[in-house]
Design a protein around this ligand. Structure first.
Ligand code: DAK
Length: 271
């Protein structure tokens, strides 16, 4: 069976770091890694492959170079879209964001520079964001006569609260790494030098846990919404917990604790 790591992409680079950390790099530096429709198609293929690849436990998503993570949707391509094409473009962006958000393993956005418009939106669809000190976030769409089209209108509010999201979307104001940290948009701010290596170290901590347990926790946290009743959440969590009891990783994790040794987990399984 062919691996996603054997596929060739025009605008993406995929690397595998041990143990089971995939580094997905958006590679269009001449356009500051802006998202055109060809890149969105490639991202869909790569993310579906990474979701299915059982050797991959954590994905780190970043941009090539020091200047940009993703400078937004490709304005040169987008400017002449018809309303119908606009819907198709938005749908393909939503599909990529949904894959990032729901794949059965964590995706860390390693934001190394500009993350504007669709760039902030793709980072928000990841499990969490680690920013370089050079990172700059923003939703400048209203200055282009459009609105955030890849989920910014709901994911930004979820991260920073509705009043802050409204201010940022209505004004298009850019937010540097230190402010992003203060408002809860990012989990950590790290030095630009050695940034990717440092993010991979964070990923290693997650990759060393039970992949099945991490995956189960992710799916619950993605499914749980404010609108869902408390009892529904309690019931879903209790049943997910019950399914993990008796699994290989549960016996191994608790056995290792009592035997005072490191656990040797099985990898992602369907529990
Ligand atoms: N699209 C296309 N090309 C871009 C780009 C972008 N978003 N951002 C930068 N580039 C290109 C520049 O055109 C330039 O190309 P050349 O002129 O060299 O050929 C090259 O990258 C380098 O950029 P600059 O020369 O501008 O570099 P600077 O350091 O001076 O400035 C910058 C960096 C990031 C501040 C600046 O490039 C900039 O402001 N870029 C645009 C950022 C932006 O506005 N991003 C938001 C895009 S809108 C929807 C679907 C999706 C969306 C909305 C709706 N639906 C269908 C409903 C999402 C919208 C967006 O993301």
């Amino acid at each position: 069976m062919s691996s996603v790591f054997d596929k060739s992409f025009e605008n993406l680079v995929l690397q595998l770091e041990t143990p089971g950390i995939a580094v997905l790099i958006l590679n269009r530096p001449r356009a500051l890694n802006a998202l055109n429709s060809a890149t969105l198609r490639e991202l869909r293929v790569a993310l579906m492959g990474l979701a299915e690849d059982s050797t991959v436990r954590v994905v780190v998503f970043t941009g090539e170079g020091e200047k940009a993570f993703i400078a937004g949707a490709d304005i040169a391509e987008m400017k002449d879209l018809s309303p119908g094409d606009g819907v198709a473009f938005a749908q393909s962006g939503h599909e990529v964001a949904k894959l990032l958000e729901t794949m059965p393993k964590p995706v860390i956005a390693a934001v190394n520079g500009f993350a504007l418009g669709g760039g902030t939106e793709m980072a928000l669809a990841c499990d969490f964001i680690i920013a370089s000190e050079k990172a700059v976030f923003g939703q400048p769409e209203v200055g282009l006569g459009i609105i955030p089209g890849f989920g910014g209108c709901f994911r930004l509010a979820r991260a920073v609260g509705l009043p802050r999201a409204k201010e940022l979307i209505y004004s298009g104001r850019r937010v540097k790494a230190d402010e992003a940290m203060a408002i809860g948009l990012v989990n950590h701010v790290l030095p630009a030098e050695g940034f990717l290596k440092a993010v991979i170290e964070h990923a290693r901590t997650i990759a060393g846990q039970s992949a099945s347990a991490v995956s189960k926790a992710k799916s619950l946290m993605v499914e749980f919404t404010e609108a869902m009743g408390l009892n529904t959440k309690i019931d879903a969590e209790a049943h997910a917990f019950g399914r993990l009891m008796g699994s290989f990783d549960q016996r191994e994790g608790m056995g290792a604790f009592t035997e005072k040794r490191k656990p040797n987990f099985q990898g992602l399984t369907n529990v």
